[in-house]
Unconditional design. Structure first.
Length: 270
């Protein structure tokens, strides 16, 4: 069985931080999954903008993992803002949890904590393959945008209200995905390092996440067959060549790094 959940949010009401490329990212990923990886339109759930509420995203994530069996392939892609909120469980040294920002973000309860993702994905049975792509900010401390003559840039990070940040704390020291510790059958792709932003950019006349856009471009150039470690290397080179300082991250087992993208653990490695 193959199942995918794609989330894209451009419009954040009341935040004054709308993005331009997230819906294009969803379209890009959907096209990639159907044309190169054997997904049908019925295998893919897409949630965008005003439908991408906290409740709807969490429910869709639960449905993604529901009844998953060993050998199944699950894909989760999030394109939108990331941020941080005060940790309420006491398991964070910096007193902050990393979050994905839904459309109904209210800084009190409407957001997706890293703990939420870890709990949902941690329930998967051994042998279920999960590949996660997070094209959101891992919050560089200064939120500076690097000049790039070929791209109009903005950061995929929403700073929380000052009263929600512990006194003396500097935002952006950890990534949105820090609590996601992939097991042997899981793969996590992050758009950038923990102390960097993820760029929403204009590339070749089309807005999109720099990470998602170049990821999809590379996979298409390879005809859909590319080893994860090679994809990571080529994407890092592509981003650097295009003037971005963000450095994509790949977290998984050594075995899966040496296997083709979306391979579930029984293919050839190198």
């Amino acid at each position: 069985m193959k199942k995918a959940l794609l989330i894209g949010i451009n419009n954040y009401p009341g935040q004054s931080s709308d993005l331009m490329g997230c819906l294009n990212d969803v379209e890009n990923m959907q096209n990639l999954l159907t044309h190169f990886f054997g997904f049908s339109q019925y295998d893919i759930v897409v949630i965008t903008d005003r439908e991408a509420t906290t409740f709807n995203i969490l429910r869709a994530l639960e449905m993604l993992v529901y009844k998953a069996q060993p050998g199944d392939l699950l894909v989760f892609h999030f394109s939108g803002h990331g941020s941080q909120v005060i940790d309420t469980s006491g398991d964070e040294k910096d007193k902050l949890d990393e979050i994905l920002c839904p459309v109904d973000l209210d800084w009190r309860s409407n957001f997706i904590r890293d703990d939420d993702l870890a709990g949902i994905f941690g329930s998967l049975a051994p042998g279920v393959h999960l590949e996660v792509f997070l094209d959101c900010c891992h919050s560089g401390t200064g939120l500076r945008l690097v000049p790039n003559p070929t791209a109009a840039l903005r950061s995929r990070f929403l700073p929380p209200p000052a009263e929600l940040v512990p006194v003396g704390h500097k935002l952006g020291l950890n990534g949105c995905s820090r609590r996601l510790r992939p097991n042997k059958a899981q793969v996590l792709w992050a758009a950038c390092r923990a102390n960097q932003y993820a760029a929403d950019a204009l590339l070749d006349g089309r807005y999109g996440g720099a990470f998602t856009t170049l990821l999809c471009d590379r996979i298409r150039q390879a005809g859909g067959s590319i080893y994860r470690k090679d994809l990571l290397k080529e994407m890092r080179a592509d981003l650097k060549k295009s003037g971005f300082i963000q450095v994509p991250q790949l977290e998984t087992s050594r075995k899966l790094k040496r296997m083709p993208l979306l391979a579930v653990g029984n293919g050839k490695s190198k």
